[in-house]
Design a protein around this ligand. Structure first.
Ligand code: MCA
Ligand code: AMP
Length: 504
């Protein structure tokens, strides 16, 4: 193996545990050595004779498992920037990522070639099947400076189209090592991975941390409550991480089975050393119910694509429901008031700002948005919080246009832009409304064009062609006019009220 190439810290570490099992998927167990070998082949095929991809954007659409990780590592080892696609995105959203990143290469599992081939053909991008990139090839790999860009993750925000968050290898290393320390990952850990692999929660917290530690990462193709409970019972798991919606689903399943089976499931839940919840607020009732059922005191933490994780309840010590604990190792956190002045006392709400090596480099090709996101070197999260008896409590977001549903962040503005293209819709306003299972649900108030009709089902069926499933409206209200203020601007709180008067 060429010594010069070993400069991506996560991959370099894998040399230290070559014989251990890294990934368990539906094909079986795969060692760290197998990962190193397969990713070197992927890199060779991507390079195709070149010395270094020099931060070329390589998007990939590969289901969770060994091949996903080998492709991700292969892109990094060839010097590219890895851009994971969401597996449920319709062609329009996939094409947006290809266009916005200026992708030069795409790697896809055969299952996704039919959807990607027309898009890559149109854009003149080289498309490689996973079948091709794992075939044997000999090639020298470039030396990679960890200050280089490693990954772009798309996140919805206060702009209509999602922005690409650029993370360097150094950012990823800082995000990973902070959690390794805080949650005391060890090589003996064994995590059940059920999260999507195009967001930080699934990629960094669950997958990369496991691989950094030399632990085992057992990956399911997708979340499924029956399968998760089965693995809890049958596998020697130590760790689980999920969004609140997943805990709600697991609780609902537990409640649906006979008492004898409940006991067996509860016993399986008790053996874990740690279970974590994040990506959205964990309702206190869910925290308590999960504790009743499994004896597990969920550790709630707070993070964001741009910063990785920032705040966490303690591994040892009191995990306080409804709070997200204290700053993680290496991460500086402060609250500021509307004038930008740091808040010193407890009990005074402010915006969360974050600084540290974990904080992203830039929004991809959006220098203005990047500049606006920082004040004096601090990243402005747009989330409000308060400190009470030493614990941060999240109060909500500054923007009403950001919705969190099932742990996914979606932009009301993006959905509105798409809905306005519907032939029956004259005007629309999208809001998030509270929901016990999803946290929030996407709800659309619309004004119809003359003599048009619309139902939630027909709207969903139409929107499904343009938007990811988790962005689809789940409630529809047809109104004569949208509530507006004196300046003619739609008032979102009043739109939300339309749905509380008469649910979905
Ligand atoms: C699916 N559906 C949804 C959503 N997802 N509806 C509303 N909101 C959603 N988010 C719809 C489906 O389209 C379907 O509707 C119906 O719900 C049931 O679908 P099902 O397949 O059973 O749901 P699922 O696919 O199992 O999804 C549930 C899920 C998933 C597993 C909770 O949403 C999920 O994996 N969420 C995690 C997202 C995540 O990792 N976020 C982290 C972002 P129909 O039948 O009408 O089609 S990173 C982050 O936030 C930061 C860094 C952090 O702090 O972690
Ligand atoms: P994303 O952009 O998908 O990375 O989502 C980040 C956002 O998720 C944050 O800005 C918060 O609004 C929200 N979030 C993450 N963790 C929590 C939590 N534990 N409680 C409340 N909100 C959270």
């Amino acid at each position: 193996m060429n010594q010069r190439e070993l400069s991506i810290p996560l991959i370099e570490r894998a040399e230290g545990h070559r014989e251990r099992v890294a990934i368990i998927d539906r094909e079986g167990e795969h060692s760290y050595a197998a990962l190193l070998e397969a990713s070197a082949r992927v890199a060779g095929h991507l390079l195709a004779g070149a010395e270094d991809l020099q931060e070329a954007r390589v998007t990939f659409m590969v289901p969770p498992g060994f091949q996903y990780v080998a492709v991700q590592w292969g892109i990094w080892r060839a010097g590219g920037i890895a851009v994971p696609h969401c597996l449920t995105h319709p062609p329009r959203e996939l094409d947006y990522v290809l266009e916005d990143t200026g992708a030069q290469l795409v790697v896809a599992h055969p299952e996704y070639l039919p959807v990607l081939a027309p898009l890559t053909r149109q854009r003149g991008i080289r498309l490689l099947s996973t079948e091709a990139v794992f075939s044997p090839i000999q090639c020298a790999l470039p030396s990679i400076d960890p200050a280089r860009r490693a990954m772009i993750l798309y996140t919805s925000g206060t702009t209509s189209r999602p922005k690409g968050v650029v993370l360097t290898h150094n950012n990823l290393t800082a995000q990973i090592t902070s959690l390794i320390q805080a949650w005391a990952w060890v090589p003996e850990d064994h995590i059940l991975h059920v999260l999507p692999l195009h967001h930080t929660h699934g990629i960094v917290n669950a997958l990369c941390c496991a691989l950094w530690a030399g632990a085992r990462c057992e990956m399911l193709p997708r979340f499924d409550e029956v399968e998760v409970w089965r693995r809890f019972q049958e596998r020697p798991l130590t760790l689980f991480m999920a969004v609140p919606t997943i805990y709600v689903r697991l609780i609902r399943y537990w409640e649906s089975v006979p008492a004898e089976q409940q006991q067996a499931l509860s016993a399986a839940g008790r053996k874990f050393r740690l279970m974590v919840s994040g990506s959205a607020a964990l309702p206190v009732q869910v925290f308590r119910r999960w504790q009743d059922i499994t004896g597990q005191v969920l550790l709630e933490r707070y993070g964001m694509t741009e910063i990785g994780m920032a705040l966490s309840n303690p591994l040892h010590g009191e995990r306080r429901p409804g709070t997200v604990g204290q700053p993680l190792p290496g991460v500086s956190v402060r609250l500021v008031d509307e004038t930008g002045t740091p808040i010193q006392q407890e009990g005074v709400p402010g915006e969360i700002q974050v600084k540290g090596p974990n904080v992203f480099l830039e929004y991809w090709q959006r220098p203005d948005a990047t500049r606006q996101a920082f004040r004096d070197g601090w990243f402005c999260t747009g989330d409000m919080a308060v400190v009470e008896q030493g614990y941060y409590r999240i109060l909500g977001r500054k923007s009403v246009d950001i919705i969190k549903t099932g742990g996914y962040k979606v932009s009301a503005l993006e959905i509105e832009d798409v809905l306005r293209e519907h032939p029956a819709i004259a005007e629309c306003a999208v809001v998030g409304i509270p929901d016990p299972e999803w946290g929030e649900r996407v709800a659309a108030a619309v004004v119809l064009r003359p003599s048009q009709t619309l139902t939630l089902e027909t709207l969903k069926a139409w929107a499904r062609q343009h938007l990811a499933p988790y962005k689809l409206p789940r409630a529809l209200k047809i109104v004569r006019s949208l509530p507006r203020n004196a300046l003619g601007k739609v008032t979102k709180p009043a739109v939300k009220d339309l749905f509380s008067e008469q649910p979905g």
